[in-house]
Write a protein that binds this ligand. Structure first.
Ligand SMILES: [Zn+2]
Ligand SMILES: [Zn+2]
Length: 324
C-alpha cells in the first residue's frame, strides 16, 4: 500500500485568499509514503513548493517518536520557484539526524543542490546552504533513467550487483524539453510500488499537444494514477486577450485526453492556476466527475489517497498540524 499526500496543489505562486481555502493556496508538493519492512514510514517527496513547509513541520514532530524515516529522497521536476520555494523553510534541514537525497535534472551544469545553494545566500536569505544541519546528498537524473528507493529511504541509482535489496519504490524518469515547458523542460516520474504492482505517474509543468502528448501517453500507459498539470480552462488557453499558449501548461481537457489515451485508472488534476477559486474548480469537477474512465479526482491541499493493488482504498482529509 502507498499513500499520496497533497501538501500544495497550485502552480506559479502561492496564494492566500478566502475564496480558495477548499483547494488550498500552497504550491506544488506531493508526498508519496510507504511503510517499510521495519514498520517505519518512508516518504518520497515530489517538489518543494510552499506546501513543503507544512510537511516539514509535521515530519519534525514524527522524527521524535521514530515513526518516520530520517533518511528520505526528494525528487525535483524542475527548479522554477513554485517547485523550490518551500525548501528554505523545510524544517528537516535544521536537524543533523536527517539525510536528504536530492535528485533532479542538471541545470546550468549544476545539480539541484548547486542551484538551491545559489538561491540560499545572504543578502537574499539569512542562512547559507552549507550551514544547514541536515546531510544532503545530490544526484542527477535524466531521460529514461530507472532507479529504486531502498527500504531505508535512500535511492540506489546504480545497480549494486546481483544482491539487489528489496526495493520500496521503483522509479522511472521521462524528461521533456522546451517547448513542453520553458526553458529547460521538466522531469516526469513514474513511481511503482513493487509489492502491490501499483503505479503513479507525475506529469506536471507540461503543455500537451493536439491529439495528446504521445511520449506522455506511452510513459503513463496503464498507470493506476496520473497526476497531471491542469493550469488552464479551455477558454483561457484559447484567449487572444490574455494569451497563455507556450507558457508550458495544460488545460483540463488536455489532462483528460492524455489520461484517457494512456488508459490510466484515475486522473488527479494538479498545478492549478493561482487565480482559480473554489467555485471555478468545483464547476470543473462537476463537468468531469462523471467520466466513465478514468476516475476523475480533483487534487486539493491536505487530500490523502491510499492505493492498494492499483485501486484507491481510502480517501481522506488530513490535518497538517501546522497552525498553533
Ligand atoms: Zn510550476
Ligand atoms: Zn515550471
Amino acid at each position: 500500500m502507498m499513500t499520496l499526500n497533497f501538501h500544495g496543489v497550485r502552480g506559479s505562486h502561492p496564494v492566500a485568499d478566502g475564496n480558495m481555502v477548499s483547494y488550498g493556496g500552497n504550491t506544488a508538493c506531493v508526498e508519496v509514503v510507504k511503510i517499510n519492512k521495519e514498520g517505519i514510514k518512508v516518504p518520497v517527496i515530489l517538489d518543494a513548493g510552499s506546501g513543503l513547509i507544512k510537511l516539514g513541520y509535521s515530519m519534525a514532530n514524527k522524527f521524535f517518536n521514530n515513526t518516520y524515516s530520517k533518511t528520505f529522497t526528494m525528487l525535483f521536476t524542475h527548479l522554477h520557484p513554485d517547485h523550490t520555494e518551500g525548501f528554505n523553510f523545510f524544517m528537516p534541514n535544521f536537524f543533523s539526524c536527517c539525510t536528504i537525497h536530492i535528485l533532479g535534472m542538471e541545470t546550468l551544469k549544476k545539480n539541484v543542490g548547486g542551484v538551491l545553494k545559489s538561491k540560499m545566500v545572504p543578502p537574499t536569505f539569512p542562512i547559507e546552504y552549507k550551514d544547514l544541519k541536515s546531510k544532503r546528498k545530490h544526484g542527477v537524473l535524466s531521460d529514461g533513467q530507472r532507479f529504486y528507493i531502498a527500504q531505508d529511504g535512500s535511492p540506489v541509482l546504480e545497480h549494486p550487483g546481483p544482491k539487489r535489496p528489496e526495493p520500496l519504490f521503483e522509479i522511472q524518469v521521462m524528461q521533456a524539453f522546451a517547448p513542453s515547458h520553458p526553458q529547460q523542460g521538466s522531469l516526469y516520474y513514474k513511481i511503482n510500488d513493487p509489492e502491490d504492482n501499483t503505479s503513479v505517474v507525475c506529469i506536471w509543468d507540461i503543455e500537451s499537444h493536439i491529439g495528446g502528448d504521445v511520449r506522455v501517453i506511452g510513459f503513463a500507459e496503464h498507470a493506476d494514477v496520473m497526476i497531471h498539470d491542469a493550469q488552464y480552462t479551455e477558454e483561457e488557453y484559447l484567449s487572444t486577450a490574455d494569451p497563455v499558449q507556450g507558457f508550458g501548461h495544460s488545460t483540463f481537457d488536455m489532462a483528460v485526453e492524455n489520461a484517457e489515451k494512456a488508459k490510466v485508472r484515475c486522473l488527479i488534476p494538479f498545478h492549478y492556476n493561482p487565480r482559480h477559486n473554489d467555485d471555478l474548480l468545483d464547476g470543473i469537477n462537476e463537468k468531469y466527475r462523471n467520466l466513465k474512465a478514468p476516475v476523475f479526482l480533483m487534487s486539493r491541499e491536505e487530500l490523502s489517497v491510499t492505493l492498494h493493488e492499483g485501486v484507491i482504498v481510502k480517501q481522506e482529509t488530513f490535518n497538517s498540524g501546522f497552525s498553533k
